[in-house]
Write a protein that binds this ligand. Structure first.
Ligand code: AMP
Length: 121
């Protein structure tokens, strides 16, 4: 899939749509999800134009990968969610229900998050 520069996270990166920012670095932006699924629900996105984790892992430069991963960890630490635990999730493509075609990692925390996947088959 080619990158759509009009996706909602591209608009957030360009400042065309507001976000509740948690952290910003040279390589990444973290902000609160607009429809939180847990007491803490934050998204971390790379600043580069990548559709998904698959695209990012194949094409991103080493410094972008390092910068993004470090920003995910820094976001978790700045939210104070490391001690009690949290969940990282990144949906890729249709079967995972990816809605926004710009790589994002969800950080969920603030309660017991239950089983990793629903039991529905
Ligand atoms: P996914 O299904 O993994 O693609 O997740 C997309 C996420 O983006 C959902 O959890 C949405 O609630 C969230 N989202 C969509 N638009 C916005 C927005 N403008 N600001 C913050 N989060 C958003």
């Amino acid at each position: 899939m080619s990158y759509d520069p009009n996706n909602v996270f591209a608009k957030i990166l360009r400042g065309e749509i507001p976000c509740k920012k948690v952290l910003e670095t040279e390589y990444a932006l973290a902000f609160h999800d607009i429809n939180p699924q847990a007491p803490v629900h934050v998204l971390v996105i790379p600043k580069g134009a990548y559709v998904s984790f698959d695209d990012f892992s194949a094409r991103a430069a080493p410094e972008e990968i390092t910068g993004f991963i470090r920003a995910v960890g820094e976001t978790a630490r700045s939210l104070g969610i490391v001690a009690d635990g949290f969940r990282l999730l990144s949906n890729v493509g249709a079967n995972a229900g990816q809605e926004v075609p710009h790589l994002h990692v969800h950080l969920f925390a603030g309660r017991n998050l239950g089983p990793m996947l629903s039991k529905n088959r």
